[in-house]
Design a protein around this ligand. Structure first.
Ligand code: ADP
Ligand code: MG
Length: 241
């Protein structure tokens, strides 16, 4: 298992946003966290990333606790990287600098960096864009750079928070298939947050349905479709009544 989330919960003040939650992600597995706005998806992802502390429970990555009690391993020392909804590229850096930044921080040598950059350039169709600034790119191109930047540090687990939701419908539909193929080819494990059922169906090996801070069901897309565990999941799968 690349990730084990064991009884992790989170409150903001009086509001318990996540009830104790447990699930695991296998190597190379893609899990989509699917649920309506406000159900706690981003909160869960940020705790896995280490951007937000957990209240209780334990998170283990690659066989090692990254958070438990007083033990807390910061994001940059976890075998992860993250793609954000709003891309979060550094506006003053070129595409090349954006992608290289994390590699330099992780002290990858120049030759290794250049090889990785060339590979990501072709994988993510960034030819001719490396010397541009983010403002000189389209939304779709910016999101590709965001994905390249995250992959550049060779994470074992890629975290994505609604990575396509700022794109127009046509591009979103094209990119979800493309992204699924890329993740499949790289055999990289991922936790992918979305509120779009079709996106989850395209991308996921398993879908985790989150509702009001609880896991309603976790299973293969087909399982959820054929045997929804609750009326809510049934509705989410497109059944009416
Ligand atoms: P989702 O990503 O599923 O839309 P979030 O995880 O962003 O949901 O938020 C879940 C709930 O937690 C919401 O009610 C939100 O208002 C609340 N929340 C999120 N972050 C904070 C915070 N930093 N302080 C207080 N409340 C928060
Ligand atoms: Mg969110």
């Amino acid at each position: 298992m690349i990730l084990k989330v064991k009884g992790v919960s989170k409150s903001f003040g009086e509001q318990q946003v996540l009830k104790p939650i447990a699930f695991e992600v296998a190597e190379g597995e893609r899990i989509c966290i699917l649920g309506p706005s406000g159900c706690g998806k981003s909160t869960l992802l940020q705790m896995v990333a280490g951007l937000l502390r957990i209240d209780e429970g334990e998170i283990e990555m690659d066989g090692r606790a990254v958070e438990r009690g007083l033990l807390y391993i910061p994001p940059e020392s976890r075998p992860i990287n993250m793609v954000f909804q709003d891309y979060a590229l550094w506006p003053h850096m070129t595409v090349r600098q954006n992608i290289e930044y994390g590699m330099k921080r992780r002290k990858m040598n120049g030759q290794h960096r250049e090889r990785t950059l060339q590979r990501l350039q072709s994988l993510l169709k960034l030819d001719g864009l490396l010397d541009r600034l983010p403002a000189q790119l389209s939304g779709g191109q910016q999101q590709r750079v965001g994905i390249a930047r995250a992959l550049a540090t060779e994470p074992k687990l890629l975290l994505m928070d609604e990575p396509l939701s700022n794109l127009d419908v046509k591009l979103r539909t094209d990119m979800r298939g493309e992204l699924a193929r890329l993740l499949e080819d790289l055999a990289i494990a991922s936790l992918y947050v979305t509120h779009d059922r079709m996106e989850a169906f395209t991308v996921a090996h398993r879908i985790l349905v989150l509702r009001e801070g609880r896991i309603d069901q976790i299973g293969k897309p087909q399982e959820l479709f054929e045997r929804p565990a609750s009326p809510w999941v049934a509705q989410l799968m497109g059944y009416h009544n």
